[in-house]
Design a protein around this ligand. Structure first.
Ligand code: TZP
Ligand code: MG
Length: 227
């Protein structure tokens, strides 16, 4: 399986976002999302800049959660947008505008990536991921031009306690109907990951499943090599 690692904001007091990212990459992670809902803009940008440097060195895809402006500013590889964030089409227009202005040529990392399909915008690649919570949202996200979708929460999760779990059956349906890459997320741990993989989804996102493990690095390594 491919693991999509997200930073754990509830854990920042014990481990900085950069240290979390470093541990993910030591374990072999190739896709990392910086997620920090409560951080100030300035701190978010400062961390994102550092994570960009680290992920670039390691050849790791770097996706920024929510903040398209910061994703563009640090030349991240993409942005992940939720149902209440900017619509995909609007995000695409912003990205086109930004990269047209910058005429930024930086395709090396994404060219190496075989995980996600590539989009070509003004000599640059930029992925837009979209969170979905039902089959209809997943189909719509694909129709609207998302490069990949997140589907979940599959199981109950403390990371998003107010979101009702959708269960494995929805993931299975989405897998049958949607062709773009699917990232299953929410409450996935080593105890239930096999059930998710049985749906055919190959990319699994984890927050607490890795950050609360005895060794983050080991948890990531195990997820990549043993499932
Ligand atoms: N979106 C749906 S569930 C979730 C997000 C960001 C949180 C997943 O966290 P965990 O700790 O892996 O359950
Ligand atoms: Mg969001």
């Amino acid at each position: 399986m491919d693991i999509y690692c997200l930073t754990d904001e509830a854990f920042f007091s014990r481990m900085s976002p950069q240290d979390q990212v470093s541990a993910f990459m030591c374990g072999g992670a190739k896709i990392i999302q910086f997620r920090a809902k409560k951080m100030s803009d300035r701190e978010f940008l400062s961390c994102a800049k550092k994570i960009r440097v680290m992920t670039r060195k390691a050849g790791c895809l770097f996706i920024v959660n929510d903040r398209l402006d910061i994703a563009c500013r640090v030349f991240a590889d993409g942005v992940h947008l939720g149902q209440d964030d900017m619509k995909i089409l609007d995000a695409k227009r912003c990205i086109e505008h930004f990269f047209a202005q910058k005429n930024h040529v930086d395709v090396k990392m994404c060219k190496n990536s075989t995980i996600f399909p590539k989009i070509f915008i003004q000599k640059s690649f930029f992925y837009i991921g979209h969170s979905t919570h039902s089959l209809s949202q997943a189909i719509l996200a694909e129709h609207e031009g998302a490069d990949y979708i997140g589907i979940g929460p599959v199981f109950p999760t403390q990371t998003k306690p107010d979101s009702a779990p959708i269960g494995i059956s929805v993931v299975r349906e989405v897998r049958k109907k949607v062709k773009i890459p699917i990232v299953a997320i929410g409450g996935i741990t080593e105890k239930n990951v096999q059930d998710v993989l049985a749906t055919g989804v190959r990319i699994i996102a984890m927050v607490t499943g890795i950050t609360r493990a005895e060794s983050i690095e080991e948890a990531v390594r195990k997820a990549i090599h043993f499932y």
